[in-house]
Design a protein around this ligand. Structure first.
Ligand code: ADP
Ligand code: MG
Length: 550
């Protein structure tokens, strides 16, 4: 038997690990299983290169619970470790990693959000003792057992293990008994390991017999080793994408469409992003994008990695190039992450543009559902995303017809330009309430836009900045001839004084609240026009609306 001290100065490092990672105890399982996956993949590589000639056999990873012994065991049939390798990879390297980690984050415990691949030593967050029983694939290797009880001393012993591979045996600590519960482990495997690339078995499949659920002989495999995003898009059908969406989000409606991401350069990234069907704004859910690194779940908080407005999409992103072991503020300043974010934004815009070009009808059908995403995108990325979206974003008139920005400009330019050469966009927010105003505008041959979406008002302000010589006014903000003032505007037959008096009379009948909000305009413009209309000042109303949305 060999004994030793792990090379750190701190007397007992484990309470510190526990404290630092308190909220994230559960990731230990991801770390243990992903180490088992790594060891298995390494063996596969050796086989491919002809460096391992034996029989690989079944490579399934087994996770098992022994409630009586109070242990959770992760077993693989990967490359295993020799005693020397344990010394190198476990005793030295990993601990120096922890020391670095503590040096770096000593004073910033609170600033650390997210997940840490603390690797093997995360097992001590939940264990009072950890054993490694392992046997290397190398010819003539002896099995070894490493044991450590959470103090910086460990033992290495010979062990009985006929088979190649590694068992990690965790003696679960008394204050972490939850990790001895079948359901809890099952949930965690489902969360972190569902798409790992090597089969993982947890218990046996069950079946119903005589009204009772009993175990069968068949392993219960908890993961799918080749998730959809790792496949070549051209081999996939719409149904495959929908089915995968429902495995991620079983309760949701079919998605509107999706974007399969697949990049090799300048970084590696694959994934599938879905535009969800949103029945109401209350349905909008953020953080429905799961981030993976080589099929290992990392987080579903993707802020900083995808542009803010795309956090409303659903799906998965997998990139080994996103640094995982760091705080979120670091993530946001990482140049790789910035590149990824820019790329995703461009890819989403390209796909939308593609549908718009190739199938305008289909695009119009989807527009009302995706409009909120696009509007939000234009508002939050008024340079980059706006610049792409302006070519496919649509405007809808009160008749339900759709126009691109450019098409609509062409449509109204001739007729709706005022004497100062400003093109006036008339819009309504409620067809019933503003009916008479809409009709008055139409009778002049004007077109009225329907802008009843949640973000339409802020978007109007953006468009006024982007479009040259343009103004948006709601149809009821003044009488129509003053909304688009032409040189030849008909003169009222009443004098200004007479109109003032009439207006006063009407105002005196209004409740105080309304007096503040509405103007009273008197006119006698033709036979069908109403002599007196209530108007709501465009500027005042818009300020009010915008403050509401903020
Ligand atoms: P990382 O996985 O990032 O290298 P870890 O702390 O998780 O860091 O693991 C440290 C090292 O221990 C690994 O690189 C590997 O060499 C070794 N190791 C851990 N688990 C296993 C295992 N199940 N089989 C073989 N080697 C392992
Ligand atoms: Mg690891």
């Amino acid at each position: 038997m060999q004994q030793g001290n792990i090379g750190v100065t701190t007397e007992n490092i484990f309470p510190v690990i526990k404290k630092f990672l308190y909220s994230d105890h559960e990731i230990f399982l991801r770390e243990m299983v992903s180490n088992a996956v790594d060891a298995t993949q390494k063996l596969k590589t050796l086989i491919r290169q002809g460096d391992f000639k034996g029989d690989a056999g079944d490579l399934t990873i087994h996770v098992s619970l022994d409630e009586k012994a109070g242990t959770l065991t992760i077993s693989d049939r990967g490359i295993g470790m020799t005693a020397d390798e344990i010394d190198k990879y476990i005793n030295q390297i990993a601990f120096s990693g922890v020391t670095d980690f503590m040096e770096k984050y000593k004073d910033k415990a609170d600033a650390i959000i997210g997940h840490f691949g603390l690797g093997f030593y995360s097992s001590f967050m939940v264990s009072k003792k950890v054993e490694i029983v392992t046997r290397s694939y190398k010819e003539g290797s002896k099995a070894v057992k490493w044991s450590c009880d959470g103090t910086p001393s460990f033992t290495i012993d010979d062990a009985d293990k006929a088979d190649r591979g590694t068992d990690i045996i965790l003696y679960i600590a008394d204050d972490c008994k939850e990790f001895l519960e079948k359901q809890r482990i099952s949930d965690l495997l489902n969360k972190y390991c569902k798409f790992m690339p090597v089969p993982i078995a947890f218990g046996k499949k069950t079946e119903w017999k005589d009204g009772k659920q009993v175990d069968t002989d068949e392993d219960n495999i908890i993961n799918s080793v080749e998730p959809l995003w790792t496949k070549t898009p051209s081999t996939l059908k719409d149904d495959d994408y929908k089915k995968f969406y429902h495995t991620l989000f079983p309760m949701n409606d079919d998605p509107l469409f999706w974007i399969h991401l697949n990049v090799d350069y300048p970084f590696h990234l694959t994934g599938i992003l879905y535009f969800p069907k949103v029945k109401s704004n209350l349905d909008l859910q953020r953080n429905k994008i799961q981030l993976y690194s080589n099929q290992v779940f990392v987080t579903d908080h993707v802020e900083g990695i995808v542009p803010d407005f795309l956090t409303l999409l659903h799906g998965v992103i997998d990139s080994p190039d996103i640094p995982l072991n760091v705080s979120r503020s670091y993530l946001q300043s990482d140049s790789n992450v910035k590149k990824i974010s820019t790329y995703i934004e461009k890819k989403v815009a390209d796909r939308l543009q593609g549908i718009f070009k190739s199938d305008r009808k289909e695009f119009e059908k989807k527009w009302d559902d995706i409009k909120l995403f696009i509007n939000y995108g234009m508002l939050s990325e008024p340079e980059t995303f706006y610049d792409r979206a302006k070519d496919f974003a649509l405007m809808k008139d009160t008749e339900g017809k759709y126009y691109s920005f450019e098409e609509y400009r062409k449509l109204i330019e001739g007729n709706q330009t005022d004497k100062d050469k400003v093109v006036v966009y008339l819009y309504a927010t409620n067809k019933e309430d503003q009916y008479t105003y809409i009709e008055a505008a139409k009778s002049k041959g004007y077109s009225v836009l329907m802008l009843d979406g949640q973000l339409d008002v802020p978007v109007i302000s953006l468009l006024e900045q982007k479009f040259s010589q343009s103004r948006f006014v709601r149809v009821d903000s003044d009488i129509i001839d003053r909304l688009i003032v032409k040189d030849d505007a008909p003169k009222s037959t009443l004098t200004d004084d007479e109109r003032d008096i009439l207006s006063q009379v009407f105002r005196s009948q209004m409740p105080a609240m309304e007096k503040k909000e509405f103007g009273v305009e008197v006119s006698n413009l033709g036979e069908n026009a109403q002599p007196v209309v209530l108007t709501e000042n465009e500027y005042m109303r818009r300020m009010k609306d915008i403050s509401k949305y903020q």
